[in-house]
Write a protein that binds this ligand. Structure first.
Ligand SMILES: [Zn+2]
Ligand SMILES: [Zn+2]
Length: 345
């Protein structure tokens, strides 16, 4: 099934209006609160058809319920926008049943604000290629909901260590420094909530983790209107697949936290530690990301922005033309200075 949401006034497509709990018509701009959206009405029959890719492998193909064009989808696409008519299309089977996210962090600001953020990020942008700030580039800014697993742990840490303290004994003639050794056997408990791990099939975790932290206190129950008009993918990595890596990081952090709480000694030498996860749970959520793939000199420069805080990760190329120009100007200045003052000095 494909889901769309239609404007009660004009029948145009409704998309999520970032920073709110309402939808906005892309034709007449009228806003409709989630509560007034008719969920059952706009569910369209859309069985995927079989198509062959270049290698002759079968793949599922969905058609736009509005214009009939083939939608850009892969095995994970949960929400997309028809590239021909601009209609948002939600693929129901990719966010329902056992692949339904429990909660979502909705986009906090719209595409216009995201574009301004990207432009401001370059500062004066003196060496940034001029093509970066053009409308053609900015039109490519895309809102994507990224699938994440959030893990919760309660970690019991048992630390064994040797602590030392020194004391000084003064006699009339000398000072004796005594070092006392203590066996430390310490049990601490640390709570970890909402430790995020990117479950997107393709997006690079190392880049996305730079966008953290997210304001998880604002996670809200997942409902479909939030992803209308945005791209969304269901998880490509299961919670079981990603859990061992997360657990390892959390365990290491729990040991460090426990050690940092032993403060009554001058030195602490860890002799061993044991971590027991007395509670562990996880949750499937979607987090908002503005993405821009900037192409320059035949290379891709992927840029990512936290859809809540506006924090950006990525690198921009420097304009070769501008670098040459700066070099030329510097040369002329040095040349003139040498010419004018060189004989005097
Ligand atoms: Zn309308
Ligand atoms: Zn279409």
């Amino acid at each position: 099934m494909i889901r769309t949401f239609k404007c009660p006034s004009c029948g145009g497509d409704l998309v999520y209006d970032p920073g709110s709990t309402q939808m906005k018509c892309i034709r007449c701009s009228r806003t409709t609160p989630f509560g007034e959206v008719d969920y059952e009405k706009d569910l369209l029959e859309a069985k995927p058809s079989e198509a062959s890719d270049n290698d002759g492998n079968g793949k599922e193909e969905y058609h736009c319920a509005n214009c009939g064009a083939v939608l850009d989808t892969d095995d994970y696409t949960a929400s997309t926008v028809c590239r021909y008519c601009g209609s948002p299309m939600l693929l129901e089977s990719r966010f329902s049943g056992d692949v339904k996210p429990s909660r979502i962090l909705p986009f906090g600001f719209d595409k216009k604000k995201a574009q301004d953020n990207f432009k401001n990020w370059t500062g004066t942008g003196f060496l940034t290629p001029a093509s970066f700030k053009t409308q053609a580039t900015m039109d490519k800014v895309t809102g994507v909901y990224v699938p994440y697993w959030l893990y919760n742990y309660t970690a019991d840490v048992n630390i064994k260590a040797i602590g030392t303290r020194t004391r000084i004994e003064r006699t009339q003639t000398e000072e004796i420094i005594h070092t006392d050794h203590f066996d430390i056997n310490r049990l601490t408990q640390t709570e970890y909530t909402n430790v995020p791990e990117n479950a997107h099939p393709d997006l690079p975790s190392d880049k996305l983790s730079v966008l953290e932290p997210y304001d998880f206190e604002n996670l809200t129950a997942f409902v479909e209107p939030y992803i209308a008009g945005f791209f969304a993918e269901k998880f490509g990595k299961t919670k079981e697949e990603l859990e061992p890596g997360v657990r390892k990081t959390v365990e290491a952090d729990a040991v460090q936290t426990a050690l940092s709480q032993i403060i009554e000694y001058e030195t602490v030498n860890p002799m061993g530690s044991r971590v027991d996860m007395v509670k562990a749970s996880s949750e499937y959520v979607m987090l908002p990301l503005w993405a821009l793939n900037f192409k320059y000199g035949g290379k891709n420069y992927p840029l990512f922005m936290n859809g809540r805080t506006g924090k950006i990760e990525g690198e921009l190329p420097v304009s070769r033309g501008k670098v040459l120009l700066v070099g030329l100007i510097a040369f002329i200045i040095v040349f003139l200075l040498t010419y004018l003052f060189g004989r005097v000095i």
